[in-house]
Ligand binder design. Sequence first.
Ligand SMILES: Nc1ncnc2c1ncn2[C@@H]1O[C@H](COP(=O)(O)OP(=O)(O)OP(=O)(O)O)[C@@H](O)[C@H]1O
Length: 325
Amino acid sequence: MTALLELDDLSVTYRIAAGEVPAVRGVSLSLDSGAALGVAGESGSGKSTLAMALLRLLPRDARVGGRILLDGEDVLTMKWGRLRAVRWAEASIVFQGAQHGLNPVQRIGDQIAEPLLVHDLVKPDGARKRVAELLEQVGLPTWRAGSYPHELSGGQRQRVMIAMALACSPRLIVADEPTTALDVMVQAQVLTLIKQLIAEHGISLIMISHDLSVLADVCDRLAIMYAGRVVENGPSREVFHDARHPYGRALAAAFPTVGDPASRLAPRGLGGDPPDPMRLPTGCSFHPRCPVALAECSTLDVELWPAGEARSAACVHVRAKEEIS
Ligand SMILES: Nc1ncnc2c1ncn2[C@@H]1O[C@H](COP(=O)(O)OP(=O)(O)OP(=O)(O)O)[C@@H](O)[C@H]1O
């Protein structure tokens, strides 16, 4: 497989009145064509900022560094015309909470048709047929094209968002907490739909969630973020069942099974809160909460270190173990 997307030392800093917020710090990740990558972490770890950066959807106060290579082309330096062509047609995004992503006064069918018409992929008289196909693909009856968003349930609205994301047959879909606002049963249905669609259409997926069990269920690989950094990266099952970073282990323990309502809790065994990005601890950002921190962790910030086959983790314990072996 070849890499469809490569993030190379990506950083995002928001400039606000009080100073600078380093929301994403030096993230390097790669996504193979047809593969699914899950990005997990607590609230504030920088997941949504990362997702928005991929399609240059960040607000103006965000300063972005590094490279985002989509099929070898840097999204960050693309001209606006090219970027407009890439959005929807090559990469599209499904946001968290579908009610915010849909226009309340426009019919569903017209909203799904919009990216198709903007990208000139159908003529106005062909749009209706393609919209019907897309509604069927996401498990909605075709007559729903005439409905307004408020006439649909949360799960149905999220299906509409997925239909919009699929409309222009992109190669990459970025899904930011696509099921978080849904109840457990509907969440499972939407996850099954996402899995089925990416497999059928060979679409690559980046899925963002604070719920590691959901990601492990859908994605081939997982990246765990803490305070804007990737602290662990590897094949899903291995990271979920045997994380090498102490934060990864705490996060996995908090989410024993997909959609478990009890899993809306803080990572098990961890005290305290994630750090304020404007006042990051010295050394490893995780050390004040880490159950296995050593004295050196307050001064030493370990980079991602190889932690087995196609895995890495940013922890002194991992580095020590790998150095010995
Ligand atoms: N527009 C903005 N201006 C300033 N700071 C921001 C902005 N957007 C996000 N941040 C800050 O950047 C950091 C990362 O936020 P982000 O929303 O990316 O995290 P997240 O992991 O997606 O969290 P959540 O799961 O709560 O959405 C946080 O400290 C947040 O307060």
